[in-house]
Design a protein around this ligand. Sequence first.
Ligand code: ISE
Length: 342
Amino acid sequence: MTLRVGLIGAGVMGGDHARTLSRHVAGATVAAVTDIDPSRADQLAAELGATPLASAEDLIAAQDVDAVIIASHDAAHATQVLACIEAGKPVLCEKPLAPTSAECERIIDAQRRRGLGALVSVGFMRRFHPSFTAMKLQVDARSLGEPVLVLGSHRNVSSYPTGGSDGTLSNSAVHDIDTAAWLLGSVVVEVEWFAARQSALVTDRQDPQLIHLRSANGVLASIDLFLNAQYGYDVRYEVVCERGNLRLRPPALVDTDRDGVSGHSLHPDWRGFFADAYRLELTSWVERVTQGRPSELATAEDGLRSTLVAEALIQSRQEGKPVRVRRSTVDEGQPSLMPNAV
Ligand code: ISE
């Protein structure tokens, strides 16, 4: 069976997903595209031989759309995911599942009431990056003993003109929140936010920011986010364990020595850095939807957990102190493993 996928949002990320799906993923085709800017939808649809549709509602209802990818503006995610659930169609929603935990909870509730199992997946693609996957295998096997500390960096060349300081947390830091919890196999229960010295090149947000995340099993993750770092797209991670360290390898195919300098070039944005991860994520989603294959894909519950932590970071930023993360409705009744709660 070929899965006929409808795409909502034909911008940078939507275009990338659609091209990856139609060129590199077996068993799926892009059947329809919609965007708030109809000319963008027309262009992408023409390139891929898909049908341009006038609205997200039309696309979700279309008879020849079996499943949906949402790559629209963050603020539109919840309404569109809820419509997919109502229509009984599997949906892969770009992160964040929704910018507020209340919206995420509504989605989880609707999915439960619909009774068709887990229709919703969330695009935390780092889970499919070969180097992150290799790190997780070693953490899970405890090959270097217990993990004790995670150090990470998340750098973009430049940020979108909208979003502000809170947008850094709800749109970008959610990746790091999910990465920490997924790598450690433990939810984040306490956070603290710090301002670094402000870059004079940035006026629309605090940049860089430093966040501390404490997992329920007591590991501290310290991650800097610098969304206008200028020099290239860069994500660095190190898991410090009792008997050694695990470090992420940059996705460079070749190192070049020239004119007294040795190194590799950096991608201008995340699409190149995470190209393999996006391809593997989409492959896994299609296999899960069409064959029921188990997958590392983030669930709606993971989407809720990461948004709850982002909200706690926003609160920590406003109040200037550590904040306990509100327990998600899906984790209620689970024992807290946290040894050193505030
Ligand atoms: C973007 O949406 C992403 O998903 C990138 O991975 C992240 O680095 C960037 O900050 C986000 O805006």
